[in-house]
Design a protein around this ligand. Structure first.
Ligand code: ATP
Length: 240
């Protein structure tokens, strides 16, 4: 469904991604594991068009998306949940969700279909429905993360890019969010690319993973194999 071939991305002179190749099949959950600065966020931003690649190609289905603008990429069906959530704090939960459907409104889709999707998001995250009129900035970190995911879902993506959804959240909240991700894949067939510091939780959820080091893929494989790999255990899974 998505294929990166020999992607190279730079920030000025910083060579952040070095010949990165990876793929996701339809309905897969894939995780990117790596230390701070390894290039995980840059991979997501390169796919979504925020930080375009200088070389290589990205195919989404049969479409070349390498040089497309971010809004075109959203329209094709890839939505990103950014690091740090970045919800619109002075706006209500409902208005944040409406903004997630901005491109759908702009392309003439009617309110009723969009509001039906909002109901579906409320069924995934009942907390958001309870708080639909609350200002996003006054919600807890976990609730803001749910809202950021909900907002991305309002674009009706085929693929979701998630950047560190567990950051700063209590373990129970992380579990709740990861359960929703599993449900999304199961019920809607959403393909998910997950970036996580919490490699253990991410590998438990994912089908496959890629391990990154200083901008390169150094290891890839099914999650259960990566979890058994001595190097992965030592560097990313801690002791137990
Ligand atoms: P983290 O978990 O800390 O977010 P990461 O694996 O997501 O790390 P990236 O944020 O993708 O890593 O960063 C990859 C490299 O690119 C790092 O060396 C980083 O310092 C550099 N980098 C990232 N953003 C910029 C930027 N806007 N300008 C210059 N260099 C950047």
């Amino acid at each position: 469904m998505l294929r990166l071939k020999n992607i190279n991305t730079y920030y000025g002179k910083v060579h952040a991604l070095k010949n990165v190749s990876l793929h996701l099949d339809e309905g897969e959950i894939v995780t990117l594991v790596g230390a701070n600065g390894a290039g995980k966020t840059t991979i997501l931003n390169t796919i979504s068009g925020v930080t375009p690649a200088a070389g290589g190609e990205i195919l989404f289905g049969k479409e070349q998306i390498t040089a497309l603008m971010p809004d075109r990429i959203v329209k094709l069906g890839i939505s990103q949940v950014p690091e740090g959530r970045q919800v619109f704090k002075p706006l209500s939960v409902e208005d944040n969700l409406e903004l997630g459907a901005y491109l759908r409104y702009r392309s003439g889709e009617g309110k009723s279909a969009i509001h039906q999707d909002m109901q579906q998001i409320f069924s995934l995250f009942p907390r958001l429905e309870e708080r639909r009129r609350q200002l996003a900035g006054t919600m807890s970190g976990g609730e803001q993360q749910m809202l950021a995911i909900g907002r991305a879902l309002m674009a009706k993506p085929k693929m979701l890019l998630l950047d560190e959804p567990s950051m700063g959240l209590a373990p129970l909240v992380v579990q709740e969010i990861f359960k929703v991700l599993a449900r999304l894949r199961q019920e809607q067939g959403t393909t998910i690319l997950l970036v996580e510091q919490n490699a253990k939780a991410a590998l438990k959820l994912a089908d496959r993973g890629y391990v990154l080091e200083t901008g390169k893929v150094i290891l890839e494989g099914p999650s259960n194999e990566l979890m058994e790999n001595a190097e992965v255990k030592r560097a990313y899974l801690g002791k137990d």
